[in-house]
Design a protein around this ligand. Structure first.
Ligand SMILES: Nc1ncnc2c1ncn2[C@@H]1O[C@H](COP(=O)(O)OP(=O)(O)OP(=O)(O)O)[C@@H](O)[C@H]1O
Ligand SMILES: [Mg+2]
Length: 268
């Protein structure tokens, strides 16, 4: 049995059927000038070579991200729209941030999806780096210093993609991520627009408690496994610590076994 099959078997066993509590609706702000203003800007140049999901990029990987997008849309649109998703993995450097950003780009290029990407890896933020931007403020400032959400959100002009960058790195962000303010921010992002996906990039599960904390706040978890990365027992341990969250599926990243290295593969 391949490592992927083993990992998926483990995931299936550990998948918890219980529903994530629905988040109460918050009213849309009455005043104009909210997030609508963020959607009309010149597009950022997408220069990073691994942002394969952007228009006209490397075909196989771009196609794989479009397939991932379709699967995610299919799996999240039921009676209840599970639009608040986090991406994580067992270990560092398995491709969480690139998967989150490519999925966000793929969704944002679809005419009817606005997407907010939240960089909640406050230890080692990288979304701004992949987009080639240097934000002044971000999530950590919203959590620590009372900066408003609207001030920290960044318009990308890439489809309907808006980014909430991490802001200043924080040595131990668990308390901030577990705070009521974090809950409020996610609730506001989830509920402001009914058709929106909110994708959250996180640190790896095994070394830190951050992803475990966040998994209690989201509708579902997308789990990245890099080929040649974690051992099956590490995947098992990571998934066990996310118990209580809904596992949407696994992304098998950087997979040589599915052809040319650098392709991406998704399987539920
Ligand atoms: N599919 C891929 N093909 C080629 N290189 C990849 C792929 N996925 C990841 N990488 C490489 O791995 C590096 C780490 O990727 P990424 O930042 O997405 O991982 P991460 O899981 O978010 O890491 P961290 O745990 O440090 O946040 C990238 O800079 C890239 O060099
Ligand atoms: Mg990362």
């Amino acid at each position: 049995m391949s490592r992927l099959q083993k990992a998926i078997q483990v995931a299936a066993k550990l998948r918890v059927e219980e529903e994530v509590r629905p988040v109460a609706a918050v009213p849309r702000p009455a005043a104009p000038g909210g997030l609508e203003r963020l959607l009309e800007v010149d597009p950022l140049p997408v220069t990073h070579p691994l942002l394969a999901a952007w228009n006209g990029r490397e075909e196989a990987a771009g196609e794989a991200y479009r397939k991932l997008r379709s699967l995610v849309v299919k799996l999240t649109r039921g009676n209840e729209f599970r639009n608040l998703l986090m991406v994580t993995s067992s270990l560092a450097a398995e491709g969480k941030s690139l998967t989150t950003l490519n999925l966000a780009l793929a969704l944002a290029q679809e005419y009817d999806h606005s997407v907010v990407l939240v960089d909640a890896d406050l230890r080692k933020p990288s979304i701004h780096h992949y987009l080639g931007i240097t934000p002044e403020v971000g999530l950590s400032h919203c959590l620590k210093d009372g900066v408003t959400l609207d001030r920290a959100l960044i318009k990308t002009g890439l489809g309907k993609l808006v980014v909430l960058p991490a802001g200043e790195a924080v040595a131990d962000p668990v308390e901030l991520l577990a705070s009521g303010r974090m809950r409020e921010i996610l609730r506001e992002l989830k509920n402001r627009y009914p058709d929106r996906y909110v994708l959250i990039d996180t640190p790896p599960v095994l070394p830190f408690a951050d992803a475990q904390v966040l998994s209690g706040l989201v509708d579902a978890v997308l789990f990245v496994v890099r080929e040649g990365g974690p051992k099956p027992e590490e995947v098992q341990e990571a998934l066990a610590s996310l118990k209580g969250a809904r596992l949407l599926g696994a992304v098998y990243n950087d997979a040589e076994s599915f052809g040319q290295r650098g392709r991406y593969y998704y399987q539920r």
